[in-house]
Design a protein around this ligand. Structure first.
Ligand SMILES: [Cu+2]
Length: 232
């Protein structure tokens, strides 16, 4: 009796191992030299913001590239999947407004997932979304005021957030109706976890450098796929 329970347990364990999903990992690089980041000069004329930067103005972050071409802020996702959002039960994601900048500037969430927008500054921001598939919204948020919470019902790439008070403040939020996406980090690396084995089209999207795709097959132990973007 004990033996059969043990073998059943081992059998279930083996089945779980075989059915287990794999990770998609890779590194994104940039060939060529990205346009140089520019100082956000309007900050020096803003009485609230200028005092925050006594030692030099912050710069634009349209291209975040490492010393060896590692490219951050690329949104990597599986294409052709829909209706698999787990956003309602996923942990909320946060954007902070600090120093009159949005951090992070590029992020990705699921439909139905909470996106919390904080104002860590002592002055007012006006959070204005400019979606293409979801309803637009426009909300004043006082300095240190209560968080704003957003959810989006429809998938869309690079949904734009901007501040109407500080016209240099932007963030872009890609919304997916499935959990299979990631944003590359400062090291250019990304990991999409727990993808069921199968053949997929993998998309890598950079807001300025466009979109690339690759045909991949995810095995039980995952798959690696790199992307290389080029400055034209
Ligand atoms: Cu603002």
């Amino acid at each position: 009796m004990k033996k059969s329970v043990l073998s059943l347990t081992l059998g279930l364990f083996a089945a779980a191992q075989i059915a287990s999903a794999g990770d998609i990992t890779g590194t994104i690089t940039l060939k060529g030299t990205a346009p140089a980041a520019k100082e956000i000069t309007p900050i020096k004329d803003d009485p609230n913001c200028a005092p925050l930067y006594p030692n030099g103005l912050p710069k634009t972050k349209f291209y975040v590239v490492g010393a060896n071409g590692e490219l951050a802020d690329v949104v990597v996702s599986l294409k052709g999947i829909s209706g698999q959002s787990t956003g309602a039960s996923a942990a909320p994601v946060t954007i902070d407004q600090k120093g009159a900048l949005y951090t992070p500037q590029i992020l990705a969430i699921q439909t139905g997932q909470k996106l919390i927008v904080k104002n860590s500054d002592s002055f007012v921001h006006n959070v204005h979304t400019k979606p293409t598939a979801n309803p637009e919204s426009n909300q004043v948020q006082m300095g240190g005021g209560p968080d704003l919470t957003y959810t989006f019902d429809k998938p869309e790439p690079f949904l734009k957030f901007q501040c109407d008070v500080h016209p240099w403040m932007f963030a872009w939020v890609s919304v997916f109706d499935h959990p299979y996406f990631a944003v590359s980090g400062a090291d250019g690396k990304f990991t999409i976890k727990n993808v069921p084995p199968g053949k997929y089209t993998l998309e890598a999207a950079h807001r300025k450098l466009g979109v690339q795709t690759a045909e991949i097959e995810v095995k039980a132990d995952g798959v690696a796929q790199d992307f290389s973007f080029e400055v034209k």
